[in-house]
Design a protein around this ligand. Structure first.
Ligand SMILES: [Zn+2]
Length: 391
């Protein structure tokens, strides 16, 4: 084996992480640790309210001396510019000491955005903070501490420094980004995802899988991010394969939660790739849910990048126990296609309600931060041809 060189790299700040079944009971203790006395709950779905989770978390906070003064913010759908501005104006007179998010990426991103907008001494709207569409206003002031409890085992937003905010008119999906947005603590309790629907589980699980795969193959991948992503890809594989075979137990939920967590730690340091670049545009132009968009784009993203001689391909094949002799990209791609088929993931953009006439605009708006990490650099024409092929 030839010697491998190691260049320079950074590894970003992380939250404190508490992983394990049932550990949401530690919420009060966590918030007490940083002296919070007033809190705001951001909830990702009505189901969590119905199941009594919201009440349990409120009691846990109260027992530790944290008063939850106003009704929880219930987030349905991805956070928009309008939603964040409205919530900020409404909550600012009573700004809490801690924001607790329980839910998927939408709830966590809402909490992370509010952590900045509620503390902004010079508040003039969330758009100012958004990459590419705002004025580049920095988040250089102390933000409100955020504690997150992810429930869907998908996005990895529990550990990242960005919040994705959507606009439908004009259509864009952009991040606000700052080390100040990294949550203070992530309580990753896989039991919270036990009631997720089949649809949510598949979309979130495929998102975690895609994030680990794209992070591993990324042109900004580093030794630590690659190790996390390769291991994360094996957990995603275990969880999704068992789920596809009809099992939904504690091991499945723990595997998917760990896969998502590791994908977040990895992608925060490596960036992503083509599937995520296109998924952002599919979200803002056609309202395709993020995980589903990633799932549909993943096989195509792999095909586009297979010419790259990245060691990531062999790491992926090894993580999935595939035959690693010769070109490892083919068995990896075949395996992803087989898994997607078993999970009934659509294979074409037209199955997601995309119109052919929208492809040019989707190609144009796929050029975000994710696309710059894609191993193969695509011209506008090539990207449009790729989208036309998967249409
Ligand atoms: Zn994602």
């Amino acid at each position: 084996m030839s010697a491998r060189a190691i260049g320079r790299f950074d590894f970003a700040r992380n939250p404190q992480i508490r992983f394990g079944w049932g550990r949401r009971s530690e919420l009060g203790e966590v918030c007490g640790e940083f002296g919070a006395t007033s809190g705001l709950l951001v909830i990702g779905s009505r189901t969590l309210v119905r199941l009594g989770e919201e009440k349990r978390l409120c009691f846990a906070l109260r027992d530790s001396g944290v008063v939850v003064g106003r009704p929880s913010v219930v987030v349905s759908g991805e956070p928009t510019v309008e939603l964040i501005d409205e919530l900020t104006n409404e909550i600012r007179p009573d700004t809490p000491d801690v924001i607790v998010a329980v839910g998927g990426g939408a709830a966590m991103d809402t909490a992370k955005a509010l952590a900045a907008t509620l503390a902004d001494p010079d508040w003039s709207g969330v758009r100012e903070f958004l990459e590419g569409v705002g004025s580049g206003k920095p988040i250089d002031f102390p933000t409100i501490p955020v504690v997150v409890l992810p429930t869907t085992g998908g996005t990895g937003a529990e550990v990242t420094k960005n919040a994705v905010i959507t606009s439908y008119a004009p259509p864009f999906k952009k991040s606000m980004r700052s080390p100040q947005l990294v949550p203070r603590c992530a309580i990753v309790d896989p039991e919270l995802s036990a009631h997720a629907s089949r649809e949510t589980t598949v979309a979130a699980g495929m998102d975690a899988l895609t994030q680990n795969v794209e992070s591993l193959l990324s042109n900004r991948s580093t030794a630590i991010s690659a190790a996390l992503a390769a291991d994360g890809a094996s957990w995603a594989w275990q969880g999704l394969s068992m789920f596809a075979d009809g099992t939904d137990d504690r091991i499945v939920r723990e595997s998917l939660a760990l896969a998502a967590l590791q994908s977040g730690l990895a992608l925060a340091n490596s960036g992503l790739g083509l599937a995520h670049g296109v998924a952002a545009a599919l979200g803002s132009h056609c309202r395709v849910p993020h995980g589903l968009a990633c799932a549909v784009m993943l096989p195509t993203a792999l095909e586009v990048n297979r010419s790259m001689l990245a060691s990531g391909w062999s790491q992926l094949a090894a993580a999935w126990g595939l035959n690693n002799d010769g070109d490892p990209s083919q068995p990896v791609i075949d395996n992803v296609r087989r898994l997607s088929a078993k999970l009934n993931v659509p294979t074409r953009l037209r199955d997601l309600g995309v119109e052919r006439s929208q492809l040019v605009a989707i190609a144009r708006d796929s050029r975000g931060n994710s696309m710059t990490a894609n191993p193969v650099q695509l011209s506008d024409d090539r990207l449009l041809a790729v989208l036309t092929e998967v249409f």
